[in-house]
Write a protein that binds this ligand. Sequence first.
Ligand code: PEP
Ligand code: MG
Length: 586
Amino acid sequence: MLRGIPVSQGVSQGRVIVLNCSRIVPAKAGFEIDDQAEEEARLQAALAETRKQITAVQNRLRDELGAKESMIFDAHLLVLEDPALLEEVHRKVQDEHLTPEYAFYTASEKYAEALSAVDDSYLSERAADIRDVTQRVLGNLMGQPQQASVSDLTEPCIVVANDLTPSDTAQLDPAKVLGFVTEVGSRTSHTAILARSLQIPAVLGLGEAIEELKPGQTVLLDGFNGFVVITPSDQTLFEYGQLVERQTSIEESLDEIRTEPATTLDGHSITLSANIERAGDVEAVRKSGATGVGLFRTEFLYINRPNLPDEEEQFQAYKKVAESLAPEPVIIRTLDLGGDKLLSHVNVAAEMNPFLGWRAIRLCLEEKDLFRTQLRAILRASTFGNLKIMYPMVSGMDELDAANVLLDECREQLRGEGVGFAEDIEIGVMIETPSAAMIADSLAKHVQFFSIGTNDLIQYSLAVDRLNEKIAHLYEPTHPGILRLIKTTVDAGQAQQIWTGVCGEMAGDLVMVPLLIGLGVGELSVVSPMVPRVKKLIRSIEMAKARELAEFALNCDSPSEILARTERLAQEAVPSFFEKSTQRSE
Ligand code: PEP
Ligand code: MG
């Protein structure tokens, strides 16, 4: 039994498939003229090996799924035989004495880039084919035989990978991926957040123990407790079956409160809204019983595609969400690219510290056209419902002012074009940098709401990388430093009569809910599947007790003591939510 960090609840069982999601990018290198023949032979051998591998996959698919599905790999074989590509590679090896790795990579990337620059889905698939084949060739040249990729999945399985980027994860088909396990990663990585949103059980940060997991093994994945059981016994399967039954019956029992308000036992109402990543998620929001959307992470409209979404496409997406949920509010967070969410077509150079780098509002204030396109789309969609705009990663007043200048420019343009928009659209900022919390009193005078992004606020305040499993134990939401920043923000908001919400993962962590509402947070925005449980918990506690807890926490030095107290209050309120162990794992 292996243990990692449980990041997405649920239990699943299936066969392991090992994915290699990291792309090989060879460094520029040459070779001695004497080695010419040897290098060319190496290239030929790698091409032959790649052909053999692709044909083998194709034959397997033909047997399993039929001729039509296996034809996808014809396109891959054609890449390997493409005369223009091969000629260019040979020329680079023969004339420029560049290694076959670098020659193949640069030649193929030139074609792939040209194809992906064209706004055409057929051509962008061809670019993906070229990149897939290139990775296989590079794997063979560099002695790293390629494993399966996200798009190779043909049957339901448990995916095991060193890492999955948020874009890899966004491509996972929940019908094919029963669960996933990674070597690195942590609870508030966007990969973990997506797993919860897609309701795929996941265990991250297994570390080197991941080596134990081999293709074809049957494993049981326990996303409640973070266990991965290799070849589970009948007894284990029986115990987990019971755990799943208990959890399912809890979910069913929550159906009846979906339409009820999120009000505490002593009559204090909390706004409970949902976090979404795609316009299509609105169905889940509606079913969950949430009041609108507290965070629409719009960057997922931009990733996994060869081009940027234009104004019209974004307008349609925002309009759909606004219309489907009207009159409930929908908070659209402007583009938060950077950190762990990267795009190939916005040229973001590799950075030493991407989370401290060219990210979110910083990037948007420089890539003004990109930002204006989004702002115009949001403004245009604002007449179709109750939209609000929220800027991410604000660290000072200047950024807020600069963003509003651009927003005003877009308003002017639209007025000039005779296009309508909601004149009184509300503007808010995320409080997710320590400096934003410290100057919340100033910010509060210029916005209509705050939403605390605890995922980043914690990583920046405690200097703990939110992705790094090695320091996950230091990522403490109950650290007094964090609670004081939350309180400072809430107080600054109240002084200006604006509300403060939390849209980071802390809001959907049942244990943290009493603490947050006790601190005066008025809105919690959580992933849709968690809405019913958070609502039930709010309806089972007294605000008076939550406030006592917050009072205690603000005067306590110890994160673990605070955690124990808030845990106790949450568990006493709804004990069944916390019974997640099987006898085996207790
Ligand atoms: C946060 O930082 O808490 C947040 C909600 O934004 P994201 O997780 O997308 O960075
Ligand atoms: Mg954030």
